[in-house]
Design a protein around this ligand. Structure first.
Ligand SMILES: NC(=O)c1ccc[n+]([C@@H]2O[C@H](COP(=O)([O-])OP(=O)(O)OC[C@H]3O[C@@H](n4cnc5c(N)ncnc54)[C@H](OP(=O)(O)O)[C@@H]3O)[C@@H](O)[C@H]2O)c1
Length: 269
């Protein structure tokens, strides 16, 4: 059976990282489209506040995605039509500044959790012949620059996982979308870091990411960038010639941006 898109109205969506800047926007967007939402994150008070804003068709599940027990509990849900694997740690900074536990946590939250949730939730979607999997990667999953080896590794991993799955699941009724935000202003991990971008580097909003998630689900698009043309074309150049793009990003001040992110996102490891 081939299904090209999924209708959100009447569907149930599990959203990880719902307490974050982008996750909140995704929760609002899917709920506005008529989906029931299951919101997860570690901070129960923030989840409950969001649930009050949404009012109906909402359930809150506190879970630490680095905990195998919590992950198994989430993975046991049986009514999920849409998974939005959005939770993520910024994991910014040079490799030698990480401790082994910090490295494990980044891999657990950014890579292991989305893969294990997919493995657990996919059979029910395939049985119904209907479902959608969304992964929030990053342009750092298409372009690797200095000072983000751990973060980039996790986001490149999700790119490979999502794209391969979108091919693997063709014709099953289960769609796959991977979303690649650039720098997101107003809320979320980049905004909270206080990092100043070089002049001319544009940003997008959490609502833009949420709209891309909706578009990915409704039009079954495999990959969507959420970034100004200059940044997403830079990602294309990196795909063809990493050294050329690295020279350009260095000239544009990538090292200063990385240093600010390492300091400003240290508390989120
Ligand atoms: N903001 C940007 O500029 C940007 C750009 C590109 C990609 N992204 C990606 O977009 C996604 C959302 O980022 P954001 O900007 O909204 O960041 P954020 O505001 O820092 O939110 C991160 C979310 O991940 C959750 N999370 C972190 N560790 C967790 C854990 N151990 N267990 C369960 N949940 C955990 C947090 O929930 P709790 O703290 O409640 O646990 C929070 O909801 C991430 O995957 C990020 O890599 C963001």
């Amino acid at each position: 059976m081939t299904v090209n898109s999924l209708r959100l109205e009447g569907s149930t969506a599990l959203i990880t990282g719902a307490t974050g800047g982008i996750g909140r926007a995704i929760a609002h967007a899917l709920h506005d489209r008529g989906a029931a939402v299951i919101l997860t994150g570690r901070r129960l008070d923030v989840l409950e506040e969001l649930a009050r804003e949404l009012d109906d068709r909402v359930e809150v599940v506190g879970a630490d995605l680095a905990s195998r027990q919590d992950l198994e509990r989430l993975a046991g849900r049986t009514e999920v039509d849409v998974l939005v694997a959005n939770a993520g740690l910024p994991a910014a900074g040079r490799l030698q500044t990480f401790g082994p536990r910090e490295l494990d946590r980044a891999l657990d939250v950014n890579v292991r959790a989305p893969m294990q949730l997919t493995l657990a939730l996919l059979p029910q979607m395939l049985e119904r012949g209907r479902g959608h999997l969304v992964y929030v990667s990053s342009l750092a999953g298409k372009v690797a620059s200095g000072g983000s080896s751990v973060y980039s590794a996790t986001k490149f991993a999700i790119r490979g996982f999502g794209y391969s799955l979108s091919e693997e699941l063709r014709g099953t009724g289960v769609g796959v979308t991977t979303v690649y935000p650039g720098f997101i202003r107003d809320a979320g991990m980049f905004h909270e870091s206080g990092t100043k971008l070089p002049r001319g580097i544009g940003t997008r909003t959490p609502a833009d990411v949420a709209n891309a998630v909706v578009e990915g689900i409704e039009r079954n698009r495999a990959e969507i960038d959420v970034a100004p043309f200059s940044l997403s074309s830079g990602a294309k150049v990196f795909g063809v010639s990493p050294p050329v793009m690295s020279r350009i990003t260095r000239l544009l001040g990538a090292d200063r941006v990385s240093e600010q992110l390492e300091t400003g996102q240290r508390d989120k490891r």
